[in-house]
Structure formats: structure tokens, C-alpha cells
Write a protein that binds this ligand. Sequence first.
Ligand code: ARG
Length: 578
Amino acid sequence: MNLQTLLLDRFKAALVVIGAPADAPTPLGRSTRPEFGEYQFNGAMALAKLLKQKPRDIAEKLVTAVEMDDIAQKLDIAGPGFINIHLKPEWMAQQLKTAKQDVRLGIAKQATQTIVVDYSSPNLAKEMHVGHLRSTIIGDAVVKALEFLGHKVIRQNHMGDWGTQFGMLLAHLSDQLASNQVAETALSDLEDFYREAKVRFDNEDGFADRARDYVVKLQSGDPQCLTLWQEFIDVSIKHSEEVYKKLNVSLTRADIMGESAYNSELQSTVNSLKEQGIAVEDQGAVVVFIEELADKEGNPAVYIVQKSGGGFLYSSTDQAAILYRCQTLGADRTLIFTDARQALHFKQTEIVARKAGFISDSQSYEHCPFGMMLGQDGKPFKTRSGSTVKLADLLVEAVERAEVLINKRESDLSAEERKIIAEKVGISAVKYADLSKNRTTDYIFNWDTMLSFEGNTAPYLQYAYTRVRSIFRNAGVDLEQLDGTILLEAEQEKALAVKLLQFSEYLAQVTNEATPHVLCTYLYELASHFMTFYEACPILKESVSQEHRISRMMLAAMTAKTLKTGLDILGIDTMERM
Ligand code: ARG
């Protein structure tokens, strides 16, 4: 059940009754303080103008018209016409009890849309670096949230596996293989390999020509050259797969739809743009002049789809990808996760594709940009020597740091158990630090904050989860078997109950806006509410009546289940003890 939607529907019905126009705004939000109830409807003020009546009068009419007896214990009007909704504790308790017995926590599958999600998408000529971390984990969290709500998600790993830089790499690789190296060894460090090839390209006589020759051969489909290319790609993909596995990310080989997959469609795509008069020949190239994005002098933006000489570009591939996704796959929504520097490219790409009818009006094309990961100095995250940080190295360091921390804590866990925990905590800390920030802003990478057991961090939430679980262990009660009446008496019990019932509406926001940080904030608040509740409302103390113990355990059970489900969606591991 989505609480917000439920309340909204009741108000929409009431608006019809009082004669409000169909397009009347319906601002309904969560109240910021308990004395304002749990939700507020603030539509009376805007309606006042439309209906030419006093906002307070409208609020009064709405309160009379809205059917809320089953859900709310009272509605009161505050200030100029805010309507505060105070939910019935018994109703909330019943909703929670039902949710507790349901594997989906009472959240129905909406199962309405087909959604293509383009994420991770590293360039295979080089090693995956920290820049790809954000796309991979933010994208995967959004994918899991969409799937949880029942949408059909098609993952698309739009890997950069084609382009002129492969000429130089293949020329270098063929030499290495000729000197008896196997591809796996030669390519064990892609960064080094790329650098070596580049040095040869810049300095060695004849090498650049050979590299260009390879590009031509590759593009014309020369079988030997293709085999070599395939070998390169395979090894590089394996590198990415290792990272996915470590990150506990759901991408598989079947999700790879690299740039090369569109090769056979590029010419016809460009032709279609030309035939429709959208693209024109200009100095030998094929371009689209985008008037909508003209500069101050009125010169339209130039969007090249085919170079003079016939070569294709990033943009041509994206046009072909749109055709495939929107027309073949039937995507209602396409979400693409890349850093913000590509925003203009996707804006132009969408304008062109819509003109060409590649995307229909009912389909959305959403570039979901994210900011950069910065070092402590506020500059792009680099190693001490100034090179880009490899993702794989970063994760090794995360686990090492977590191990030191876990070993410092007092516990009766064995060395082996600690190792497993450190692995989970370390990787989760890096992921969560990224997920918990609003993706659109840059953020500063900080080991100490992300590994802290306090604040909005992975260790804090993982620890909160183990604490809830330990209540059940200590009581010898099976969380799943537990059933009983929930009593919402203390303020802390009510506050926790409301938070628990809001899971669904937060998830809806995460999927609508592609913002996993909203879920992080929710889980953090939920864990904090639980801690406050647990302090005020003890469970295992002898003085607590059986009735209250069961009721509070029901709340604890829902907390554990919600934390677990939420963290699963974020790709954050939970454990029984830590
Ligand atoms: N390979 C690109 C990069 O690393 C990202 C691709 C994103 N997807 C797309 N359809 N252009 O920057």
C-alpha cells in the first residue's frame, strides 16, 4: 500500500465533490512535526483563487467532503487553510500487521512499464575506473527498485567496444601475441597496455600507419582482425565482470549491448535522418543543425552523425540504440546513467531522435546525470601520483580498512567470521557513500566518514539491522512465525509505525526520479526511529507485559524486514552479527 497515494485519492474524490476543476493542484505531503499529524493537504490556498472563495472556507468544505473515517482519527485546519491529517493508530496497526505477514511487505507489484536502463557502460579499451563506479551502482540500485515495484526492466550495458583507438591496441596486441604471449597475460593490466600502445603510436616509425590499417580492416570486417578484436574485448569484459561480482551488481554478459552491436544499423539510421530532411550534408559530413539549441548569436548547435570519409560517431550509435530500444524493445522509459558532462550530448540526441520519430510522444528518454567523485582536496579523485584510481584497487583498500575497524571492535566472532564481515562492510561502505548522496552533485570521497558506525553510512545501517535481529535471537523467537496485535500507544511507537508504512511511497519516488539517495535517507531515518523507539519502549525487560512485548516485537520484525528489503534493493549486504 502506498499511503500517500491512498490519501491523495481520497482528496481527489473530495475535490470533485466541492466542484474544483479537474486540473486543480493536489499538494499532499508528509507533515514535518507530529502535532501537524502525519500528512498535510495544502491545496486550499491555490484553489481559493480558482474558486474565488476564502482558503479556510474551502478547507472546511474539503474536510466535510473527504471520506477519511476509516483511516483518520481527525482532520484539523491550521493557519490559512492547511489540512492536517491525523491517522488512526488502530488502522495503522492493522496495515502493519497485514504487511508483516506478506513477503512483499504489503507493497503491490504495479507491473506497468517496460524500462530500459543503460548503466555502467565502460569503455573496453581501458580498465574500469572510479568514474564508472557511480554509473554502475546507482544504475543497479534503480534497476532493483524498479523490479521490486514490478516493472519489466531491460538492462543495457552500452560498452564502448568500437572506435579508432582499437586500431592502435590491436596492432600492439598482434605483436605481443606474435612474441608468444597469450592475450590474458598481455592484457592483464589494460591501463599499462593502453599506455604502451600509445607510446608506440606516438614514437615508433610505421606503427601509426599499421594502427590506421587495423582500423580500416576492422571496419571492413576482416575476419582475422575481428578475431583479434574479439580476443581483446573478451579479456576486457572479464575485467569488468570481476568488478561487478565484487560490487554485488546484477549485470551479466547477457546485458551487454556494446556500441559494436549497432554497426550494421548505423548507415540506415543516418539515411533515415537524411531522407526526413533532418540531417544534411555539410562539408562532406552529415550533420543536424539544431535550432532549438542555438548559441547567443543564433547559430544552431551542430550535431554530427557521420564524418566526412564515412566514419560514424558516438552520436550515430546512440541514434541507432534509440531505434532499438524504443521500437524493438518497446521501452516506455529509457534511463541512461552517465556523468553530467554528457548532458548536452543526450539533450541533442533526444531532440534529433524525437524529430525523426525514433522516440514517440508517449516514450520518455531520461538522461540521469551524476556529479564527480572528488578527493579530499576537492579536485577529481586521483592517486597520489596523479593517475586515475582503478576501481579494483579501491575496493581492495576498502576491505582492508574495514578489516582494521572490525578487528578493533570487541566481539566473540572468529577470525574467519570477521573476514567475511569486513568484506561486506568495506564494499558496502564505498557503495553506500555513493548511493546516499544526491547524484546530481559532486561528492568528496572520504574513507573515515563512509566507514563510520555513526551517521548515514552502510556500517550504521548494517549494525542497526544486526541489533534488531539480536532481539529475536535473545528472546528465542522466530521473526517469521511471530504474530500478534500491534498496539500503537507511545509517541515513539506511532512514529516508527508511520515510517514503516511509508516505505512504498519512498520507493515510488526513487523509481520516478532515479534517485537512490531517497531510499538511503529513508532507511537511515527508519533505523534512527527504531533506536529511539527501542530506548523508550523496551521489549525484553521483565516489567514489560506479554501483550506489549509481542506488539513491540511485531514493530521490530517489520523494521528488520524493511531494512533488509531496502538494503537488498541498494545492493548492500546484511548479516546476522557483526
Ligand atoms: N561508454 C560511455 C562512457 O564511458 C558511456 C555510454 C553511455 N550510454 C550511451 N548510450 N551513450 O562515457
